[in-house]
Ligand binder design. Structure first.
Ligand SMILES: [Ca+2]
Ligand SMILES: [Ca+2]
Length: 383
């Protein structure tokens, strides 16, 4: 609830001055100003100072226009606002009330429709993108339940915008330690048709030649152990580098690689490479960065970009095992003392990098825009 006042004092001073003049004009005397003989039966008038219905794009706080009220006898009077504009897409109503000194009320409303950011649609260099349609990809689907496990968190991406109670956008073009070429922006993410869509574009922004998105669950959703299933289709092309991965929740205090890193899926785009999923962990072995990865290459010409696959880790205090479509990719024993980081909480990061040390830069064969589609992420833990 918020109260809004006009400067009333100035107005009352003016009334007082005019009253004094009236007394002088009447020749003075003790008659006083006299009381109104007729009761005030006229309602105040509320002025919205703006439209009765407005649209507001999600992602920034809504600031309402100053609403005022004026009364025939009281002049400017206070307005009380009830209701609030939420952060999620939807229509919200703000109600304004005012009352004059005689008790005559006034009320008015304004509706504010919060819309999902207009993302994954046309950018200045990509007019064809306005008609984005979600391809009907086929592919692998994992079980909804597992014996001995319970679902503790999932995001099915069934809404119309990224759930910012669980996810945070990371932004910028720092290169992210890998000489990546993209500028990460919220504008390159949307949620549509049950899918998270992260779109990499060839688009100049903030000194970068490409834009994309990177989202994380740090400080919002973190987990230790369990079975994690992520159903996704990767982008493709030389220079694309999609990743579904995790960092230790201690990252903000101990840094990398002390926090530990679990790469559930990485794919490096480019000819002959898009049929291989990489699973890797990074950690600090007594102060030196150490990593160990495994990979699996699909047969029959299938790629990670051609149909949905499910990327899985099964993680407990002893080991992490990676799977694609329930086929084992990699196994790591994490019992050594130097790997204690993997016995702590981790959060998710999903991103599509463009360029960087591992994939190399895009070239003339790379088609933009490119998209990673994520159908769901599910975390199951042992009962
Ligand atoms: Ca009145
Ligand atoms: Ca979904």
């Amino acid at each position: 609830m918020a109260l809004k006042f006009l400067p009333r004092f100035a107005h009352q001073s003016l009334i007082a001055a005019m009253t004094a003049l009236a007394i002088i004009a009447c020749g003075g005397g003790g008659g006083g100003t006299g009381n109104n003989t007729a009761a005030d039966t006229t309602n105040p008038v509320i002025n919205l100072n703006g439209a009765t219905a407005v649209n507001h794009e999600q992602g920034t706080a809504y600031t309402d226009t100053l609403v005022t009220a004026v009364d025939n006898t009281d002049g400017a009077i206070a307005v009380t606002t009830s209701g609030a504009v939420g952060t999620a897409p939807g229509t919200y109503t703000l109600t304004y009330t005012a009352m004059d000194a005689a008790g005559n009320p006034a009320t008015a409303t304004r509706t504010v429709t919060v819309t999902a950011p207009a993302v994954c649609i046309a950018s200045t260099d990509d007019s064809s993108d306005a008609s984005l349609t979600i391809p009907s990809y086929y592919g692998y689907t994992s079980a909804q339940t597992y014996s001995g496990y319970s679902l503790v968190w999932s995001d099915e991406f069934s809404g119309t915008s990224l759930d910012q109670d669980s996810w945070t956008f990371e932004t910028g073009n720092s290169g992210w330690g890998n000489n990546e070429l993209q500028y990460y922006r919220p504008e390159n993410t949307c949620v549509r048709e049950g899918l998270l869509i992260i779109e990499a574009k060839e688009e100049s922004f903030g000194g970068a030649a490409y834009t994309s998105s990177r989202i994380k669950t740090q400080d919002k959703q973190s987990f230790r152990y369990g079975r994690i299933d992520i159903r996704a289709v990767t982008p493709e092309g030389q220079g694309l580098w999609p990743a579904l991965w995790m960092l230790g929740q201690s990252f903000s205090t101990v840094g990398w690689p002390n926090s530990g890193e679990i790469d559930i899926m990485e794919m490096i785009g480019g000819s002959g490479r898009e049929n291989t999923t990489h699973g890797t962990i990074h950690w600090s072995d007594n102060g030196s960065h150490t990593y160990y990865g495994g990979e699996l290459t699909l047969a029959d010409g299938e790629t990670l970009a051609s149909v949905f696959h499910v990327f899985t880790i099964i993680w407990d205090s002893n080991s992490i095992t990676w799977y694609i479509d329930d086929i084992q990719v990699h196994f790591m024993d994490i019992t050594p003392a130097s790997m204690a980081a993997f016995r702590e909480e981790f959060f998710f990061i999903f991103n599509v990098a463009v360029g960087g040390n591992w994939p190399g830069s895009p070239n003339a064969t790379t088609v933009f825009p490119q998209r990673m589609l994520v159908d769901y992420v599910r975390v199951f833990q042992k009962d």
